[in-house]
Design a protein around this ligand. Structure first.
Ligand code: IMP
Ligand code: MG
Length: 186
C-alpha cells in the first residue's frame, strides 16, 4: 500500500488528512448499515467513475447480502481544483434499474451538481428507490439540494486527493486521503 505522510502531486504539496485505519473503520460501519438497510432488497450499487472506484470496491466487500454493481462515468472537474460547473457524461449505465433499489456511490460531494444530475437521471428510469452514499461531503460548499443518505466524513472546503480521487488525473493510487497543504489552499 502506498501511504506516505506527505506527497507532492503536480508540483503541489499535500498532507495526510484521513488515514487508512480511519477509512477502514468508517467504511466498515457504512457497509454494515447498508447490509442491514438492504437485506432482501438486492440493491444495485452504481459507482460514479472515476473517483468512486476504490471506495466502492472496499464498501462492497462489507456486504453479505445479494447485491450487484454497475458504473457510470461523469466528469465535472476537468484538470482543475474547482468544479467547472458543467457535468459531462462519459460512460452510460448498462444495467436495467427499473423497479430496482439503486444505491449511488460517490467519492465526494462538493457543490452537489454531479449528484443532483445523477439523481435526476436515475429517476427517469423509474427505480424502486434511490439512495446516496458518499465517502466525503464538503457540506459548506454544497449549493444544490441533494439528499445524502450515508456520509462517511463531513469535511471543510479543502481540496483532497487519494483513495480514488485525483488532481489532474494523478494521485488516485494513494491509499489514504490527503489535503492540499494549508499554505496553498485558496
Ligand atoms: P460536485 O459536482 O461539485 O459536487 O463535484 C463532485 C465531483 O468533483 C466529485 O465526484 C469528484 O470527482 C470531484 N471533486 C470534488 N471535490 C474534489 C476534491 O477535493 N478533490 C478531488 N476531486 C474532487
Ligand atoms: Mg466523483
Amino acid at each position: 500500500m502506498y501511504k506516505p505522510d506527505h506527497v507532492t502531486c503536480n508540483n503541489e504539496k499535500f498532507d495526510l488528512y484521513i488515514s487508512k485505519s480511519q477509512l477502514d473503520e468508517r467504511i466498515a460501519e457504512l457497509g454494515e448499515q447498508l447490509d442491514r438497510d438492504y437485506a432482501d432488497k438486492r440493491p444495485i450499487l452504481i459507482g460514479i467513475l472515476n473517483g468512486a472506484y476504490i471506495f466502492l470496491a472496499d464498501l462492497m466487500r462489507h456486504l453479505t447480502i445479494p447485491c450487484e454493481v454497475d458504473f457510470i462515468k461523469l466528469s465535472s472537474y476537468g484538470d482543475e481544483k474547482v468544479s467547472s460547473g458543467k457535468v459531462t457524461e462519459r460512460k452510460e449505465l448498462d444495467a436495467q434499474i427499473e423497479n430496482r433499489h439503486v444505491v449511488l456511490v460517490e467519492d465526494i460531494v462538493d457543490t452537489g451538481l454531479s449528484m443532483s444530475y445523477m439523481i435526476n437521471k436515475m429517476k427517469d428510469r423509474n427505480p424502486k428507490s434511490i439512495s446516496v452514499v458518499t465517502l466525503l461531503h464538503k457540506k459548506v460548499a454544497t449549493k444544490y439540494d441533494v439528499n445524502l443518505n450515508y456520509v462517511g466524513f463531513e469535511i471543510p472546503d479543502r481540496f483532497v486527493l487519494g483513495y480514488g480521487m485525483d488532481y489532474a488525473q494523478e494521485g488516485r493510487n494513494l491509499a489514504q486521503i490527503y489535503a492540499l497543504s494549508d499554505n496553498q489552499n485558496g
